[in-house]
Design a protein around this ligand. Structure first.
Ligand SMILES: *[C@@H]1O[C@H](CO)[C@@H](O)[C@H](O)[C@H]1NC(C)=O
Ligand SMILES: *[C@@H]1O[C@H](CO)[C@@H](O)[C@H](O)[C@H]1NC(C)=O
Ligand SMILES: *[C@@H]1O[C@H](CO)[C@@H](O)[C@H](O)[C@H]1NC(C)=O
Ligand SMILES: *[C@@H]1O[C@H](CO)[C@@H](O)[C@H](O)[C@H]1NC(C)=O
Length: 499
């Protein structure tokens, strides 16, 4: 058969694994999972061992044909690595480490670096389970890093290894994520409250950022929110891309209704403090055991919900009622969580030139005046999580901590940022910020596709450079941003300026 020429047939009996079993590989639970396509045909589970630098993937696809999973880069699928496998009609299994030499053509790697752990086909699914090192010495394998990784998944309706656009999917995932144990005791008096946009008619545009102000649950005494969970309405296609919850200060006049988050109405950018971000397809976000979001006291903020919808097939008449489910309790945690916004002040004197391969903006926060500004003695800040935020030109961000002129650490970074993946991430271990520390946010932009200046601003055609640090215990400082020397900028622009 022609198939035999295309596939590297694995002598399964030589591997010593039974063919029919569904549990070929290690039986350990894979902690992470996500659908990779809008129609929920491809389901990925994965797990990793940071010390051994090995990651394992289990790809389950609703097909009897071949399945493939690998890593790609931002701009093209050519050069992507793809591990492919399947079960032939005669029951023989094939499995191979390959790469794309063209958009639709695969070639086997000279070095086989993926290890098969299981490959089965039943009436509905083909399931492939394999492991691979984070890094191999094969130039055809792309590294698994602690950045956003663009994963590539593809499948066929039969065992002919050729890629088709409609069955090839790329999704950004932060694979090497850290999560707090999800199985922590659920407080007995948990109350659930849904923040949602009800019966929203999704515009027939590719992309919509819908924002609305929603009241918090009304409680007469202090409670803590300990978990957020995306609440998604399942359509035949996934339309919700990400959900962000922002907190507003004590703004007295808030607009009503639903509006474009990054549009003309400036009231929608009043609330800039991210409380939680959730990438769709991701799981719930649970705060560390000792921290919660305080509600029910006069100082607590009002909220805004942002839902990013995509409607790439421009389907008309799709109504959605997605949102965020809030879990809260009167059993208080030790600390109220808080957010410190760092980066470059969002205003039009943030210039990013067009046609730049790489342009950096820096926002420096010097914390030496924090205690004075706080109005009360201030304990050290314990950071446990973060969220990175630029708009479409952002390519990488990092926050670096300095003490006494020496770099202490990178608090967080992503060298492969994707605007479509807005999610709260936990730090592997808590980071302490002491008064006097300096926090430098570095944003890296690319504007090769633009021919005019990009300015700072809230709209998606403008840019931002922000990192939100989630920390405890609470203090009165919510933001510490850098901005340029305005007088200098004015002089450079030939404008009059005075102090
Ligand atoms: C989803 O359903 C709508 C109507 O219910 C239909 O028009 C559309 O083609 C479906 N999309 C897919 C991908 O099946
Ligand atoms: C917010 O407004 C309410 C009612 O006007 C007031 O009681 C409360 O003190 C305000 N909180 C802050 C932080 O200003
Ligand atoms: C910075 O250095 C000074 C002088 O050596 C020392 O007194 C101070 O404690 C240091 N600050 C921190 C935060 O370590
Ligand atoms: C915030 O500032 C006020 C004074 O303006 C002070 O009384 C209060 O203790 C401060 N709160 C915190 C959490 O430090």
């Amino acid at each position: 058969m022609a198939h035999d020429l295309l596939f590297r047939l694995f002598p399964l009996l030589a591997l010593g694994v039974p063919l029919q079993s569904n549990r070929l590989g290690p039986t350990s639970r894979l902690r992470y999972s996500r659908f990779l396509d809008p129609s929920n045909v491809i389901f990925l589970r994965w797990d990793f061992d940071l010390e051994a630098e090995i990651i394992s993937f289990e790809l389950q696809v609703r097909t009897a044909g071949w399945v493939g999973f690998g890593v790609t880069n931002r701009y093209t699928n050519v050069g992507s690595d793809l591990v492919v496998g399947g079960v032939l009609p005669n029951g023989n299994v094939y499995f191979s480490d390959q790469h794309l030499v063209e958009e639709d053509t695969l070639k086997e790697d000279g070095s086989q670096d993926a290890e098969l752990l299981g490959l089965t086909e039943d009436a509905v699914y083909t399931t492939m389970h394999f492991s691979r090192p984070f890094r191999s010495c094969d130039p055809h394998d792309l590294d698994i890093t602690s950045n956003t990784v663009r994963v590539l998944a593809a499948y066929g309706l039969d065992d002919t290894l050729k890629l088709y656009r409609e069955r090839t999917f790329v999704k950004s995932i932060f694979l090497l994520q850290v999560v707090h144990p999800d199985d922590l005791d659920v407080p007995e008096d948990t109350i659930i409250h849904d923040l949602e946009i009800t019966n929203f008619l999704i515009p027939e545009d590719d992309t919509t950022y819908a924002c609305t102000f929603l009241p918090l649950p009304i409680v007469s005494e202090k409670h803590h929110i300990y978990k957020f969970e995306p609440k998604l309405v399942y359509h035949n296609e996934t339309t919700v891309h990400h959900i962000l919850v922002y907190a507003c200060g004590n703004a007295s006049v808030l607009p009503t209704g639903i509006s474009d988050c990054y549009g003309a109405d400036p009231a929608f950018s009043l609330c800039s403090q991210v409380i939680v971000g959730s990438a769709v397809g991701g799981t719930s976000y649970q705060f560390p055991d000792d921290v919660g979001v305080s509600i029910g006291t006069p100082l607590d903020p009002q909220w805004i919900l942002e839902i990013h919808y995509s409607n790439f097939n421009n389907l008309p008449g799709v109504y959605d009622s997605s949102g965020i489910r809030v879990y809260y309790t009167s059993q208080l945690c030790k600390y109220d969580t808080d957010v410190l916004q760092l980066g470059f002040f969002t205003f039009p004197i943030h210039f990013i030139p067009p046609g730049a391969e790489s342009f950096m903006s820096y926002g420096l926060c010097r914390t030496e005046k924090f205690e004075e500004m706080n109005g009360a003695p201030m304990p050290d800040i314990q950071v446990y999580g973060y969220l990175l935020h630029t708009h479409l030109a952002g390519r990488a961000l990092q926050a670096v901590q300095y003490r006494n002129g020496t770099q202490l650490r990178k608090i967080c970074k992503d060298d492969s940022y994707d605007f479509n993946l807005q999610e709260t991430r936990d730090l592997p271990s808590r980071v302490e910020i002491k008064p006097g520390d300096e926090l430098l946010v570095e944003c890296h932009y690319q504007t090769l596709d633009r021919d005019s200046m990009t300015f700072g601003g809230p709209s998606t055609i403008n840019e931002m450079c922000l990192i939100f640090l989630f920390y405890y215990p609470q203090n009165n400082i919510s933001s510490c941003m850098g901005y340029p020397d305005i007088i200098y900028v004015a002089h450079e622009l030939g404008e009059e300026a005075s102090e």
